[in-house]
Design a protein around this ligand. Structure first.
Ligand code: ZN
Length: 227
């Protein structure tokens, strides 16, 4: 009886589709999405999750940025991390990452069912059935070492976050009248979508709209670049 699904490989296209499905759901339910404000908080509401700020102490592996407890439908952000409080893009990325776990890795029916069935105190179960997240923003997706299944889950959640916060249709809108090989324009788009510049650059490179050589700041158009 586990609310966390066994590990599975997801094709990147499938992860993108799952993020798009959530955006479509928001549209069907007439859920207002203000991209300038960031849409991650709204997605938390849409999914009927809760979010709170709390101090999350380090464990033996180091700093914990955020966590999601499926049985309580609760996302907790570490109030002790200033960057998380002050950098809207980083915050969006972190929340969207937790939503990624909810969508990809959590057996949602099971989570709800268990709450109804059990008279046990929740904390007797949540200990093991929780995602503790250390890498949730900035360029960190590049730094995730893909050694274990847990690492791969973290990568999947972060990839989902990028797709959710920067869907292709929205990027196409933002791109109008702009030059994606110009850093100033990229910063303007990042601001417009309330994402970090590194998340934006990673996403655009994944779409192959742009290409940046490692160690260089020069942006080239990628093979899928559309004028
Ligand atoms: Zn995570």
């Amino acid at each position: 009886m586990s609310v966390i699904k066994p590990y599975r490989f997801y094709d990147q296209k499938i992860i993108e589709q799952k993020a798009n499905q959530l955006l479509i759901q928001a549209k069907h339910q007439d859920y207002p999405l203000d991209w300038g404000e960031g849409i991650a908080h709204r997605m938390v509401d849409l999914l009927e999750l809760r979010m709170l700020w709390e101090f999350l102490p380090n464990d033996h592996q180091g700093e914990i940025v955020a966590k999601i407890e499926p049985l309580e439908r609760r996302i907790t952000l570490n109030e002790n991390i200033d960057k998380l409080k002050n950098d809207q893009g980083y915050q969006q990325s972190t929340i969207a990452h937790e939503i990624g776990h909810w969508i990809l890795h959590i057996n949602q029916d099971e989570a709800d069912g268990l709450i109804e069935q059990l008279s046990l105190p929740l904390n007797s179960l949540t200990e093991e059935q929780v995602f503790l997240c250390r890498v949730t923003g900035e360029q960190d997706i590049n730094k995730i070492k893909l050694k274990t299944q847990d690492d791969r889950r973290e990568w999947q959640a972060q990839y989902f976050a990028g797709c959710l916060l920067m869907p292709e249709y929205k990027l196409l809108e933002c791109k109008r009248g702009r030059d994606l090989t110009n850093w100033k324009h990229l910063y303007a788009i990042a601001h417009e979508l309330c994402v970090t510049i590194s998340n934006l650059v990673y996403r655009l490179q994944k779409l192959e709209w742009i290409y940046i050589q490692k160690g260089s700041k020069q942006i080239y158009t990628g093979r899928n670049y559309i004028n």
